[in-house]
Design a protein around this ligand. Structure first.
Ligand code: ADP
Length: 617
């Protein structure tokens, strides 16, 4: 092959690409170094493959590394690798045309986006040509790995074309001498270049040296075999990747080949910074493609509620360079995130059964994220529900149980999962709701955060069983018989009916209904949430969130026909009508108070005084 010294024109598409690259308002100009170092690393990886099969290789002793030198005075940056290099034909083919359909797709996308093309380049790079964002001219000195090939230099100013000439002796591989534009001389500064390499190329598998000093010291742990990694190494890596000082509470390291090539190493920190008042945590799982950083804080990779996770996801299927693939990236990125999310939730579930005490500590600090996931992310609802924990009427204070465990303890004939949301265990147990469940040996879960009511409402069911608040009038627990019979005499059905009617009339539209029921034991009455209506608790939550509460929210008053107070109230209706009316109203307000639903307590206090007076008469 003869060597031309006269310039060759770039293929039209290359010119178009260069035009975008050079003229985009571009903030991530620095990524050109990432792109070139990736090419250098790729070429050495290819050399390793060649070495495996070929005996006769040019410059066989050349060490596999990337040598970078900066010359501030001359305004040049030189990047040398000892990879496969290029022949004349390959130079023409690789650096003069765009053969990759991906780059063509990029061009299409860029045309539609105008100036926003810069964002596309920033995330995915445009490979070799990105050098012209900063270069006035570039020389690529090269010798192919094949014996007997020429020593060549490819030169271009990145505008119209290039030339290829023969030169003196070269090492195997490529040496790029980049003459920087006046306004981009910063890339000839050693510290600037080191900073860029640390950011994007820290995990490249070959040594990278800047003016003779190695810059990439950290191993890409996520690509190693689990059995070769110690706990200390993992923890060190976590501290490095998360910029953290604590020890991680959980870690998950996994690799997959199909359907996606994936290596992920993610950590859950020890503490939740949001809980400690540091504001919203920024996502901290970085996206890599074969050891090279694509995005430190990729949006849309993992769901928002996993923003506390730290670590790395690396997929060889990702287009680091858009020329390796096309721009239909977001679906792929989403899919990667989805796989990791599923695996992580499964991992947490497994860990939680393996060491419940450890999980409890995690849960106390991070349950907010699980709950956030439950109300915002329908896709992972079931897996998230498994991670919920609560105290229970069957266990001591401080002990947590899962919904799955609850289900294993459900009584014969019990169809629903019962819970109560209240400010504390004491408040819940002092109230009227749980007693009926206890009397039947039916377990009740206790939730203490205001958001829980909303979370459980959204969740609706677990394992095919409805989640039902103990305050629901229609809870099916009434169908289960108490474990010991209540010997106290009850008000007759007739009396109960007329007492209920009288009370409904007395209370007016403060209640939807007054009726007797079987559920209560020690309490005379309880405020229940009517069937098919938004519960008063939910209404309260809406209000607390500053939202318009939906209509409704009235309670149904259930009376305990065996309770002395109820029986006496029935008698007092005729004997002391004035007092009976006061007592009826007081009974409702006290029920609302125990349910945490009484908004204005003044009437309760005033009435209380009148009742006290009457008691002394
Ligand atoms: P990509 O790397 O995505 O293929 P580039 O525009 O960066 O796109 O490079 C085009 C081609 O040029 C590469 O596919 C490779 O064949 C060749 N090339 C680039 N840099 C080097 C290098 N340092 N050594 C050997 N070949 C290279």
């Amino acid at each position: 092959m003869t060597t031309e010294s006269h310039p060759q024109a770039f293929q039209a598409e290359v010119r178009q690409l260069l035009d975008i690259v050079v003229h985009s308002l571009y903030t991530d100009r620095e990524i050109f170094i990432r792109e070139l170092v990736s090419n250098a690393s790729d070429s050495m990886e290819k050399l390793q493959h060649v070495q495996a099969t070929e005996k006769d290789i040019f410059d066989p002793k050349a060490e596999l590394k990337v040598d970078i030198t900066t010359d501030e005075d001359a305004g040049t940056l030189t990047i040398q690798d000892y990879g496969i290099g290029m022949t004349h034909e390959e130079l023409v083919e690789n650096l003069g045309t765009i053969a990759h359909s991906g780059t063509k797709a990029f061009l299409e996308a860029a045309k539609d986006q105008g100036n926003d093309a810069s964002a596309l380049i920033g995330r995915f790079g445009v490979g070799f040509y990105s050098v012209f964002m900063a270069a006035e001219s570039v020389e690529v000195f090269t010798h192919s790995w094949r014996q007997g090939e020429q020593n060549l230099v490819w030169k271009s100013d990145g505008v119209t074309g290039y030339s290829i000439e023969e030169v003196d002796e070269q090492n195997r591989g490529c040496k790029l001498v980049i003459k920087l534009k006046e306004e981009h001389k910063e890339f000839a500064k050693e510290e600037r270049v080191k900073g860029i390499l640390k950011r994007y190329s820290n995990f490249v598998q070959f040594p990278i040296l800047v003016n003779g000093t190695r810059v990439n010291e950290v191993e890409a742990l996520w690509l190693k075999n689990k059995s070769e990694i110690t706990d200390e190494q993992y923890n060190e890596f976590y501290k490095f990747a998360a910029n953290a000082f604590d020890e991680p509470r959980y870690r998950m390291h996994f690799s997959a080949d199909a359907p996606l090539a994936l290596n992920a190493l993610v950590f859950a920190p020890d503490d939740n910074m949001e809980r400690m008042g540091f504001g919203q945590t920024e996502p901290g799982v970085a996206l890599y493609c074969r050891r090279v950083l694509i995005d430190e804080k990729p949006e849309g990779l993992l769901p928002d509620w996993l923003r506390f996770l730290r670590g790395v996801i690396d997929s060889a299927d990702l287009p680091l360079n858009i020329s390796r693939e096309s721009m239909q990236d977001s679906a792929l990125v989403k899919k990667i995130g989805d796989v990791v999310t599923k695996r992580f939730l499964k991992h947490l579930d497994k860990e939680s059964t393996k060491d419940a005490a450890k999980y409890k500590e995690f849960y106390e600090r991070f349950s907010r994220f699980i709950k956030e996931g439950l109300v915002t992310d329908y896709t992972h609802k079931d897996a998230l529900a498994k991670l919920l924990r609560a105290e229970s009427s069957m266990h001591d204070a401080g002990e947590l149980t899962s919904l799955a465990d609850y289900v294993t303890r459900m009584k014969d004939g019990q169809e629903e999962i019962y819970y109560q949301n209240g400010t504390s265990r004491d408040v819940i147990e002092a109230g009227p709701y749980v007693e009926g469940f206890k009397a039947r040996g039916v377990e009740v879960l206790y939730f203490y955060e205001p958001i829980d009511e909303y979370v459980l409402n959204q969740l609706t069911e677990f394992d095919g069983k409805k989640l039902v608040s103990v305050a629901r009038a229609d809870a099916k627990v009434d169908d289960i018989d108490p474990t010991t019979a209540d010997e106290r005499e009850a008000l007759s059905d007739e009396d109960l009916k007329s007492l209920s009617e009288w009370l409904k009339e007395t209370l007016g539209d403060k209640v939807t209904e007054v009726r007797g029921g079987k559920r209560l034991v020690n309490s005379p009455a309880a405020a229940m949430s009517p069937q098919d209506e938004i519960s008063p608790q939910m209404r309260q939550m809406f209000k607390a969130m500053g939202q318009d509460a939906p209509e409704g929210g009235k309670v149904e008053l259930e009376l305990n026909p065996r309770h002395d107070l109820v029986k006496k109230l029935n008698a007092a209706r005729d004997a002391k009508p004035e007092l009976a009316k006061l007592l009826g109203e007081q009974l409702l307000d006290q029920s609302l108070l125990s349910a945490g639903l009484l908004e204005d307590q003044r009437a309760l206090v005033e009435r209380g005084l009148k009742i006290m007076e009457a008691a002394l008469d």
